[in-house]
Design a protein around this ligand. Structure first.
Ligand SMILES: Nc1ncnc2c1ncn2[C@@H]1O[C@H](COP(=O)(O)OP(=O)(O)OP(=O)(O)O)[C@@H](O)[C@H]1O
Ligand SMILES: Nc1ccn([C@@H]2O[C@H](COP(=O)(O)O)[C@@H](O)[C@H]2O)c(=O)n1
Length: 242
């Protein structure tokens, strides 16, 4: 049975914030956790990827911040928060699959390092959660536990050893050899971690290391953290002297 604290509808959806490096399982695990809880699922990386796709379509150099900012002015972005019907659109184009292509992954860090872009998408993420109509939303990315939703009642850093992450990603991508996939993944982490720290857990953030776990075990570990956090008393009796 699901804990009432997990399903209780309220004015604001419960936010489950999950960060982690590339290939740590954030999207796949968060989606399954959202399904199990009846929550929405928000993939924040999709916004950066979609903007990178949009910039590439316009022939923009994504390492040039001014050009990225310029092209973000006519970025008509939409995303589904339904874990069973996930899609991403830019204008009339369905870019759900296109934003996973290696050319987009290679360009996305340039887009993500523009501060005005980050501010704008962060405001969008908060608005999407607020109007989700769900009792909760699992929000995953790189700075959700620290910037987008630092006050979320559940904050998790989902990690795995670098070679494990590279092997999992390589198993998905059949168009590139394993060494190329691993190099791209580590390069993206290096670029991204210069902008936000998602390699160490901020105070109060629970670490789930999926290195020794299979997919279902990882989902169960994340659900365990959520269950514990949402069942815990909100007022610490030690702090109040009770
Ligand atoms: N614990 C696990 N055991 C085995 N495979 C896993 C596990 N967790 C995730 N995977 C698989 O690893 C791959 C990468 O996972 P996923 O795409 O969810 O990572 P991600 O953190 O969202 O990556 P990115 O940040 O690059 O989008 C997927 O094929 C997923 O099914
Ligand atoms: N909160 C976030 C989420 C993502 N990014 C940037 O987007 C890229 C793609 O993210 P994925 O989760 O789909 O891999 C990622 O490499 C970051 O550049 C971000 O900055 N903040």
């Amino acid at each position: 049975m699901t804990d009432p604290a997990i399903t209780k509808p309220g004015p604001d959806p419960v936010v489950v914030a999950i960060d982690g490096p590339a290939g740590s399982g954030k999207s796949s695990v968060s989606k399954q956790v959202a399904r199990r809880l009846g929550y929405g699922y928000l993939d924040t990386g999709a916004a950066y990827r979609a903007l990178a796709w949009h910039a590439l379509e316009r022939g923009i150099d994504t390492s040039d911040a001014a050009s990225v900012l310029d092209v973000s002015g006519d970025f008509d972005y939409a995303i589904s928060l339904d874990p069973d019907a996930y899609w991403v659109r830019v204008g009339a184009s369905d870019v759900t699959d296109a934003i996973r292509e290696p050319r987009v992954a290679d360009a996305v860090s340039g887009v993500a390092r523009v501060p005005a872009v980050r501010e704008s998408v962060n405001a969008l993420f908060r608005a999407l959660v607020a109007r989700s109509g769900r009792p909760g939303v699992v929000v995953e990315g790189r700075d959700i536990t620290t910037v987008v939703a630092p006050d979320a009642p559940v904050r998790i850093l989902l990690t795995a050893a670098p070679e494990i992450r590279a092997a999992r990603r390589s198993a998905e991508l059949t168009t590139q050899d394993a060494a190329t996939v691993a190099a791209a993944l580590h390069q993206r982490d290096a670029s991204d971690s210069a902008v936000v720290d998602f390699l160490t857990a901020a105070p109060g953030v629970e670490v789930v290391d999926s290195t020794p776990l299979d997919f279902d075990q990882t989902v169960d570990a994340v659900l365990g953290v959520i269950q514990a956090a949402l069942s815990a008393p909100t007022v610490d009796p030690l702090q109040t002297g009770a």
